[in-house]
Design a protein around this ligand. Structure first.
Ligand code: ZN
Length: 133
């Protein structure tokens, strides 16, 4: 894996959270995007080589809605950039990690993504992401 690409933060109100994080990072939201398949609305801020992804539920059934109901707002996942998501998924499967997708799926910010179940990573939801070129 190359680096931490972004940290996903689950929020109730993405407009207010965007204002907070713009102030915090002294950086503007450069993209907002709905990922309908995931039930999320996202907003991205750059911070040096890394990004912050704010995540708001777009429906009651959204995984973000469930996360916030259970744990409240906060860090939802850590995303690692990979060059070859298929190879990385194979490698992790062989190492015994539990993947939440059998095949990579289109995510926000022009990425192919795959999630690793938090039960195999000490309670942290991990995302693999590869830039779609
Ligand atoms: Zn993410």
């Amino acid at each position: 894996m190359n680096k931490i690409e972004h940290i996903g933060i689950a929020v109730n109100d993405i407009e207010t959270a965007a204002i907070t994080y713009q102030k915090l990072l002294n950086s503007q939201v450069y993209k907002t995007e709905e990922v309908a398949s995931e039930g999320v609305i996202t907003a991205f801020l750059q911070c040096g080589p890394n990004k912050i992804e704010l995540l708001k539920a777009s429906s009651e059934n959204s995984p973000i809605a469930k996360f916030i109901a259970k744990k409240g707002e906060g860090i939802h996942h850590i995303a690692f950039e990979v060059d070859d998501i298929y190879a990385e998924m194979e490698r992790l499967k062989k190492e015994g990690f539990v993947l939440l997708n059998d095949v990579p799926k289109p995510g926000a910010d022009n990425k192919l993504v795959c999630f690793v179940h938090p039960k195999s990573t000490n309670g942290v939801l991990i995302e693999l992401c590869q830039e779609i070129v």
